[in-house]
Design a protein around this ligand. Structure first.
Ligand code: HEM
Length: 128
C-alpha cells in the first residue's frame, strides 16, 4: 500500500473537511442533525471549518469564533459524539498519516469529550 502523506497545507485541510462532512451528511444518526440546523448554509459551514482547522493545526489566524456555543442546544449525547469521532478518524486515516494527522485526531477527540461534558453539565437543571 502506498504511504499516505501528512496534512500539510490548506488544500489538504479542504479535502479532509469536505470528505468528512460528505460522510457525516450520509450518516443516519448525524446527517439529519446537521441538515436540520444548516439547511442552505452548508458552504458557509465548510468555509468556517477550513479556517478552524487551519488555526488548530497550522496556528494561522483564520478562525476567531467560539466553537462550543452553537452545540449547546443541539439534540446530541455521547452516542452522537462517539459517531462523530468514529467518522472523523476513519475519514482521515484513509487519506493521511503522520504527526499533524495524529494531532488532528487528538484535538478532535479532546474537543468532542469536552463538548459532551459541557452539554451534560448544562442539561442538569441545577447548573442552568
Ligand atoms: C455530535 C457531534 C457534533 C454535531 C452534531 C455538530 C454539529 C454542528 C453544527 C450543526 C454546527 C453549525 C452551527 C450553526 O452554524 O448553526 C457546528 C459548528 C461547528 N462545529 Fe460542530 N458538531 C459536532 C461536533 C463537533 C466537534 C467534535 C468539533 C471540534 C472538533 C466541532 C467543531 C465545530 C466548529 C468549530 C463549528 C463552528 C462554530 C462557529 O460557528 O464558530 N463540532 N457543529
Amino acid at each position: 500500500m502506498a504511504t499516505l502523506k501528512d496534512i500539510s497545507n490548506l488544500e489538504d485541510i479542504k479535502l479532509m473537511v469536505n470528505t468528512f462532512y460528505d460522510n457525516v451528511r450520509k450518516d443516519d444518526l448525524l446527517g439529519p442533525i446537521f441538515n436540520d440546523k444548516l439547511q442552505d448554509r452548508w458552504s458557509e459551514h465548510l468555509e468556517k471549518m477550513y479556517g478552524f482547522w487551519q488555526t488548530i493545526l497550522f496556528d494561522v489566524r483564520a478562525y476567531s469564533g467560539s466553537p462550543f456555543p452553537p452545540h449547546k442546544q443541539l439534540p446530541v449525547d455521547k452516542t452522537h459524539f462517539d459517531r462523530w469521532i468514529q467518522i472523523f478518524n476513519t475519514t482521515i486515516d484513509k487519506q493521511f498519516s503522520g504527526t499533524i494527522t495524529e494531532e488532528a485526531k487528538m484535538r478532535a477527540t479532546n474537543m468532542a469529550f469536552m463538548f459532551n461534558h459541557k452539554i451534560e453539565y448544562f442539561r442538569n437543571p441545577e447548573n442552568q
